[in-house]
Ligand binder design. Structure first.
Ligand SMILES: Nc1ncnc2c1ncn2[C@@H]1O[C@H](COP(=O)(O)OP(=O)(O)OP(=O)(O)O)[C@@H](O)[C@H]1O
Ligand SMILES: [Mg+2]
Length: 321
């Protein structure tokens, strides 16, 4: 049983340019109030997908719905309910920040639109109100873009790489803005190349490559599929290791060791299989410890690292290439 309604539905979407098919039959659903991250390689088709959902282009195949409406055919109806931050925002460089916001406010419906001071404060641009837009830095332009996208208090927000070009502090501030909007119930579809951003903000995500979705699910499930990494160094070359231990390194929970030689040292890494058990890494380490005891070899700089979204991304994309 579904407890919340779908705010965005994409079913078998196909879209292209001339003979080239950029999006090849993708499907996903974003529920009301949820943040969905669309991730993928350069040219995967994320912006192309966004442009269909924003109503700028008509899908070549499949079905899309935003708030139950056809975003292309019913764009007039939908437009006031949707906020859009394009990957490349276009501004009139001669206008000041305040003039730009005033112009956009003029186009938004009176009901619910944010006052100028709130819009400036939301993205931390109060001190730049009188600055011409062309004199803003790249990250400041992104922040102005975000202020414009949320000026009319949209129900659904499309953010195409909202934090690209921002310094780490501005990025964190923007995450807070996005989290606050989400807390107000805004549904967000976001693209980003910062996987930490997706891991922090998203409820669900999809990873695309060359027009196809290769993995999707809740952030937790997708990241759990990464598996933990066990790494250490052995103060011995692989030849000496083989001479001393015969069979060499053991398998851990079915995972084979990956050994890289660096002079007289061997660096070893294992990527453990995904497990739902919280003591998975502990159990997997037992045969390694027994092996190290038997061979009388210290495991130098032993570390266990939890798998990350980046690990999953690189594996998914690597497999798809
Ligand atoms: N106007 C266009 N005409 C022709 N091809 C296009 C056009 N826009 C995009 N493409 C192509 O469509 C594919 C998907 O592009 P898209 O911009 O959707 O990718 P993306 O996932 O947003 O990539 P990025 O992460 O680099 O922003 C790419 O191969 C791109 O070269
Ligand atoms: Mg893009």
């Amino acid at each position: 049983m579904r407890t919340t309604q779908a705010a965005i539905e994409v079913d078998g979407l196909r879209q292209g340019y001339g003979d080239f098919e950029a999006v090849r039959g993708i499907s996903f659903t974003v529920r009301e109030g949820e943040l969905f991250a669309l991730l993928g390689t350069n040219g995967a088709g994320k912006t192309t997908t966004m442009e269909v959902l924003e109503g700028f282009t008509k899908a070549r195949g499949g079905q899309v719905r935003v708030l139950g409406l056809d975003p292309h055919r019913q764009r007039r109806e939908l437009r006031p309910r949707v906020g859009i931050m394009l990957q490349e925002g276009g501004f009139l460089g001669d206008l000041t920040v305040a003039e730009t916001i005033a112009m956009w406010r003029g186009m938004a419906a009176d009901v619910g639109r944010r006052p100028m001071t709130d819009a400036l404060a939301l993205v931390g641009l109060e001190h730049r109100a009188g600055t011409r837009v062309r004199q803003l830095s790249g990250g400041q332009k992104r922040r102005l873009d975000l202020a414009l996208a949320v000026l009319a208090r949209p129900e659904v927000l499309f953010l195409d790489e909202p934090t690209t070009g921002m310094d780490p502090e501005a990025r964190r501030d923007t995450w807070k803005v996005i989290q606050d909007l989400k807390a107000e119930g805004v549904t967000v579809l976001l693209t980003t190349h910062y996987l930490e951003e997706a891991e922090r903000l998203a409820d669900h995500l999809a990873i695309m490559h060359e027009g196809v979705v290769h993995t999707h699910g809740s952030v937790e499930t997708v990241v759990a599929a990464a598996g933990d990494q066990v790494a250490f160094r052995l103060p011995i070359s692989p030849e000496a290791l083989r001479a001393r231990t015969g069979d060499g390194l053991p398998f851990l929970a079915g995972a084979a060791p990956a050994a890289v030689v660096a002079g007289e040292v061997t660096r070893v890494t294992y990527t453990l299989p995904a497990t739902s058990s919280p003591d998975g890494a502990h159990a997997a380490l037992r045969p390694l410890m027994a092996w190290a005891e038997k061979c009388e070899l210290p495991l130098e700089r032993l570390e266990i690292r939890r798998g990350t979204l980046e690990d999953v991304f690189l594996r998914v994309v690597g497999d798809a290439r």
